[in-house]
Write a protein that binds this ligand. Structure first.
Ligand SMILES: *Cc1c(COP(=O)(O)O)cnc(C)c1O
Length: 392
């Protein structure tokens, strides 16, 4: 099956849908059994799509899990109430007191906070590494290093990592490699072909696609699936079937949405590249983005999310620009159908293995499904306000 066919078809098994198109919302805590034999059978197959108890999932969950596992290319997918919960459950499922973690310096800020606040308190030590370190990662691996965590491209600064090289070296020391794969979504790269053991998605973003549900997924290979599934279960991780239903519904249009996000974002990015205010683009498809060569090698497409570094500017000028946009709304998260803009300050305080030039402001854009020309006009008016504020 080609990918667009998979996006439409996977998980829609009749044993879960009973023949309707979308797997329905199937709510449950208790599941009752007629006989001891039925109960024993359900217990034996509770991890293979048999109803056992609500926390183990219902057909709504099983259908979505099957679709994500196959799209990502792993053997099983666990669900979590948010992307952040997926990240913490993955780390806590594979680390214990005395272990050492290698975390990418360009990680999503709450991932860093988890390491510095919660994992540190449990006696798990974190070393941050330069996202562009490549084979140099070998020098940071200690006898007690258990997990190598990647996020590619990185949050805000968008460095694309050499994932196959990092996986190869980590596996020589039997580390578990986890990738926050949210930017690619399950369709724009092949994490397991590159050697990743666990691929994490903030499904909140492009899978849900409509900015109205929080959800996380973690898909594992055969080496890690049992441990991830059972430890997540022990931590009581469970998700609402209503949320999973909406995510499954969003998934069916992921392919066409991603293609349009990419097209619009490339048009906006090309326009931005010609602007006098712009220092450089942090868009993986542009040569000015660190790791652009790995984007070309490892990804099949981009999406709507990228950053742009300005030559200069201050809080007042950025404020004048972002507070008065017509289409680009100000707010966290991304991956919905709508355009978003953030003026980001203080990146230097969330980078310790690399340096960030704080004199150059960064704008993070999510280009939505509006007409790109309207978005460009919005940015053009924004730059006029920016320049007027700078001239004051
Ligand atoms: C948004 C995001 C998360 C967290 O997802 P939530 O569902 O908001 O908890 C994790 N990683 C990346 C890269 C993200 O962009």
């Amino acid at each position: 099956m080609k990918q667009d066919t998979k996006i439409v078809s996977l998980g829609r098994d009749k044993k879960w849908t009973k023949g309707v198109i979308n797997p329905p919302v199937f709510r449950a805590s208790t599941v009752v059994f007629e006989t001891m034999d039925d109960m024993r059978h359900a217990a034996k197959h509770k991890t293979q799509g048999e109803m056992f108890y609500g926390r183990r999932g219902t057909p709504t969950h099983f259908a979505f899990q099957a679709a994500i596992a196959e799209l990502e290319g792993g053997v099983g997918t666990a669900l979590y109430p948010s992307g952040a919960a997926a990240i913490s459950a993955c780390l806590l499922s594979f680390l214990k007191s005395g272990d050492h973690l290698l975390m990418v310096d360009s990680a999503y800020e709450p991932s860093r906070d988890l390491c510095d606040k919660l994992l540190a308190g449990l006696g798990i030590e974190t070393t941050y590494y330069d996202p562009m370190i490549g084979a140099g990662i070998a020098a940071l691996i200690r006898p007690n290093t258990k997990v190598l965590f990647l996020e590619s491209p990185g949050s805000l600064t968008m460095e694309v990592q050499d994932v196959p090289t990092l996986c190869r070296i980590a596996h020589e020391q039997e580390l578990v490699v986890m990738l926050d794969n949210t930017w690619a979504s399950p369709i724009n790269c092949r994490p397991f072909d590159m050697g990743v053991d666990i691929s994490i998605q903030a499904a909140t973003k492009y899978i849900v696609g409509h900015s109205d549900v929080m959800l996380g997924t973690a898909t594992a290979n055969a080496r890690c699936w049992d441990q991830l599934r059972e430890n997540s279960y022990l931590m009581g991780q469970t998700t609402s079937p209503d949320d999973v239903y909406l995510a499954a519904r969003g998934l069916r249009t992921l392919g066409v949405r991603m293609a349009q996000h990419q097209k619009n974002a490339l048009k906006v990015a090309n326009w931005l590249q010609g602007r006098p205010e712009v220092d450089h683009l942090r868009h993986p498809a542009f040569a000015t983005c660190p790791g652009h060569e790995f984007f070309k090698r490892d990804f099949s497409a981009a999406n709507g999310l990228f950053s742009v570094v300005l030559k200069h500017g201050d809080l007042d000028a950025i404020t004048a620009m972002v507070e008065n946009m017509q289409h680009f709304k100000m707010g966290f998260s991304w991956g919905g159908y709508e355009s978003l803009i953030l003026g980001v300050f203080g990146i230097e305080s969330i980078r310790t293995a690399t340096r960030w030039d704080k004199t150059k402001p960064l704008l993070r854009l999510h280009v939505g499904l509006e007409d790109a020309d309207d978005l460009i006009a919005d940015l053009e008016a924004g730059f006029a306000r920016f320049n007027a504020a700078l001239a004051r």
